[in-house]
Ligand binder design. Structure first.
Ligand code: 13P
Length: 250
């Protein structure tokens, strides 16, 4: 699959937000056909909402994803959710390596790799998040950090379903986005690194994507979608981002 042929993806990562009643109202507000022709749409709600949202979202052509997973399929792992359970709940995607899990829960590249392998085994498509901290960017280490985070793909990712999301940590939840120049430059590096690893996959941008900056970010060469946090929590702002993606794609 080449970059020119594939649809861009707008994915909403709800993080630890969402109760049943509001989630159902949100799905209703999305209307009948929220995904335009050239745009794929997905929502990653918290685990508790996966089952109830699965049917209503799939009727609207919206894919479902989870925000994390454990690396075993079943067993005595209290409090954990397995890739098989996510498939059973109707998930297509699972986010792995989000900076909030790397920083707050101390997930490292080795653990993320195990989760990725287990996700593939169950038929899920991982959205692997990578990104540098501000100090790393300022020290000129961005590419080194990204190279190390992508190295978990070495020897295992060829022909596997995979999406990568570049999310500079300093842009997440801060209202500060990377400039189009930074986005173009960094995405070019990520695509180059992925090609070296034998992966030709989509690369999304994430970090303070909002309705008013989405079109400019999504129009950057090498950007094939957005991973949206805060602005995906309201159906109307998420839909405006989807519309911006359709304009950028068309
Ligand atoms: P914000 O859009 O709230 O900055 O979050 C981005 C993000 O972390 C998506 O995974």
């Amino acid at each position: 699959m080449s970059g020119a042929e594939r649809r861009c993806l707008v994915a909403g990562n709800w993080k630890m937000n969402g109760l049943l009643e509001d989630a159902m109202a949100y799905v209703a507000e999305l209307g009948e056909n929220p995904a335009p022709e050239h745009v794929e749409v997905a929502i990653m709600p918290p685990f508790t909402l996966l089952h109830p949202m699965s049917g209503p979202l799939s009727e609207k052509g919206v894919r479902l994803g989870a925000q994390s997973v454990y690396f075993e399929q079943k067993g005595a792992f209290t409090g954990s959710i397995s890739p098989l359970m996510l498939r059973d709940a109707g998930c297509h995607y699972v986010i792995l390596g989000h900076s909030e899990r790397r920083d707050i829960i101390h997930e490292d590249n080795a653990l993320i790799r195990k989760k990725m392998l287990a996700a593939w085994q169950a038929g899920l498509e991982p959205i692997l998040c990578i990104g540098e901290h501000l100090e790393e960017r300022e020290a000129g280490k961005t590419n080194d950090v990204l190279r190390e985070q992508l190295a978990i793909l070495e020897g295992v990712a060829e022909n596997k379903p995979l999406t990568v999301a570049y999310e500079p940590v300093w842009a997440i939840g801060t209202g500060r986005t990377a400039t189009p120049e930074q986005v173009v430059e960094t995405h070019a590096f990520v695509h180059e690194e992925l090609a070296r690893l034998g992966c030709d996959c989509r690369v999304l941008y994430g970090g303070s994507v909002k309705p008013d900056n989405a079109e400019a970010l999504l129009a950057c060469p090498g950007v094939e979608g957005a991973l949206v946090g805060g602005a995906s929590l309201q159906a109307d702002s998420f839909m405006r981002i989807i519309e911006a993606a359709a304009r950028a794609a068309g």
